[in-house]
Design a protein. Structure first.
Length: 272
């Protein structure tokens, strides 16, 4: 950029009350690239002699190095037709040096900075959307992994509401309780206290222990299967609470221990 151009720009800064702006100048493109790498630059004014075909390559090279940095090309009126080509090479706008004395310069600057800000906001939103999409995909993969473990586990696994009904159950639990599928279990077994436990007092005792300690291991009780058969189960249960300690749900595992109970009873009778 010629010294006269720099003088006019500095004068324009003062004239339009932009004394807080700093104008850095360098005649070499390599120096300009180095400055942009080490300083926070908001706008580049690139003076080009468009009668020289190599000048567009300078613009292209600079834009390639800093694709997000807004560029205004300064050229002459004689290069009006060629000036439009700068937009295709990465410039946000172009301005003729003959107009730097007028308000066109600052209008071009404000328009370019506003356009750059909008583009940056769009890119930031797109980046956030990509990050959210990535997190969603990771969550879905994790969910699919644990769903597979949940469905294929040999032990019954469940999630129950604080009101005392199953919210989710795996195939093993449906089999233990005599249902054809987890869906059938969820549809037909509505209230645990009244439909599942042989002694409703055992259900209330389980809830009391959960309220006291938040988790219960090896809780044994008798329950009904779908066909009315009574079996023994052992539960490992923990609660899911909100910030104030209110129980939202409880989750755990159920194991059929009927055979073990029968074996223990037989051994007791033999010993007696």
């Amino acid at each position: 950029m010629a010294p006269s151009d720099v003088y006019l720009l500095r004068k324009s800064f003062f004239q339009y009350g932009r004394n807080d702006w700093e104008l850095l100048e360098t005649p070499l493109l390599s120096d300009a690239i180095n400055i942009c790498r080490h300083l926070q630059i908001h706008l580049v004014l690139l003076a080009l002699n468009l009668s020289n075909s190599c000048e567009l390559n300078r613009l292209k090279k600079f834009h390639f190095s800093f694709p997000r940095l807004p560029i205004i090309v300064l050229t002459t009126l004689s290069a009006h037709q060629l000036a439009q080509q700068t937009l295709a090479q990465g410039a946000q706008d172009y301005l003729f040096k003959e107009h730097t004395r007028e308000g066109w310069f600052w209008r071009a600057v404000e328009r370019t900075l506003e356009h750059s800000q909008i583009l940056q906001q769009i890119e930031d939103k797109e980046q956030r959307l990509r990050e959210l999409q990535q997190k969603l995909e990771q969550h879905q993969q994790t969910e699919a992994k644990y769903r597979s473990i949940f469905e294929n586990a040999r032990m019954g696994i469940f999630l129950a509401s604080g009101q005392g009904s199953f919210l989710d159950a795996n195939t093993a639990l449906a089999r233990i309780l005599g249902y054809d599928s987890p869906q059938q279990l969820l549809e037909q077994l509505v209230t645990l206290q009244e439909q599942l436990y042989v002694d409703p007092q055992q259900y209330r005792q389980l809830l009391q222990l959960l309220e006291q300690s938040g988790a219960v291991d090896n809780f044994e009780s008798q329950v009904y299967r779908q066909d009315g058969e009574v079996i023994w189960i052992s539960q490992n249960v923990s609660v899911v609470s909100n910030r104030v300690g209110q129980i939202l749900s409880w989750q755990g595992t159920i194991e059929d221990i009927t055979a073990r109970k029968q074996t223990n009873e037989e051994l007791f009778y033999r010993a007696a």
